[in-house]
Design a protein around this ligand. Sequence first.
Ligand code: COA
Ligand code: ZN
Length: 342
Amino acid sequence: MNNTANVWTGARRRIHLQEVGPRDGLQMESVFVPTADKIALIDALSAAGLAKIEATAFVSPQAIPALRDAEIVLREIARMPGVVYTCLVPNLRGAERAIEAKADELNLVMSASETHNLANLRMTRDQSFAALSEVIVLARQAGVEVNASLSCAFGCPMEGEVPPTVVLDWAVRFAAAGARGITLCDTTGMAYPTQVAQLVRDFHARLPGTELTLHFHNTRGMGLSNVLASIDAGADRFDASLGGLGGCPYAPGASGNVCTEEIVHALELMDYDTGCDLPLLLQAAARLPGLTGHDVPSQIVKAGRRLDLHAPPADFALWRERALARAAASTATLADRTQSLR
Ligand code: COA
Ligand code: ZN
């Protein structure tokens, strides 16, 4: 970053956007989205220029029935060169399945909050970490990259504040165990901009060489503000979900991720380079209500882009004619009055 760079001036800086809709989005849906539709969705996202796509999760099909077709999805998507297809993995069984299915990356998950880890993964954090450390060894032997996601990194809906030192200590342990990147997840939208900026700075101070991703949910309307606060603090990699779908079924009050097309729309206006094709994203997002059976949170799907103009009202020509006639009449009256005053 040069001296004059600040968050308000994108100056074509690259921001890496990682799509999590097919996993974080669809895991929350009560309907089972047909496998062929999931594959078409991922293929559309690949074409739209996302840097990384979380295609599915290798979790227990009892825990997350919506993603019980993980193997088929990963086998049948068209892999776009340069796009990393990552998969969420909670345990060794999940890792074996994901490696067998040729995932490019395993996204390991555990929570920075003990209560949420027990609710979501039915293990203590120490048990999760022990299992995931074995997974890292396995993945590295198989030549597969590993990212570690820490849920509830900005607060837990059941415990409240999660101390930043606790979050960073887990991040340091995962990095030492061999994770290439760490994602700090705001699972239920508790993060706020000043907190986010501080944690990003502290992360970079403690783990300067480790790739950092921020994963925000828009639960309390602070998603875009948190993205901008992170960029200001030096981050350049974000998870987002098409249509703003998403949420963890094991975290009370969870709702949608920050919305991919909203973030792309805002950042491109601010002259950032997201590498994404907004019209293609919007085409894919427009199909989501048909897949999920409900409206999606995306404001851009509802309102269109800033310069998607609307036609004036049907009787616009008549209004203009009347307005111009009134203006002409009042100019004439004014001229008469001025005349009579002389
Ligand atoms: N993939 C497929 N099946 C799995 C699995 C995996 N990764 N992990 C466990 N299982 C199966 C076991 O084989 C076992 O099946 P069986 O009853 O037919 O023998 C069953 O699930 C229970 O296994 P167990 O090891 O006792 O796990 P658990 O019941 O304690 O569940 C998790 C722990 C983590 C596997 C499970 O809760 C889970 O997958 N959660 C997903 C959480 C999630 O994705 N949350 C949202 C994203 S943050
Ligand atoms: Zn999430």
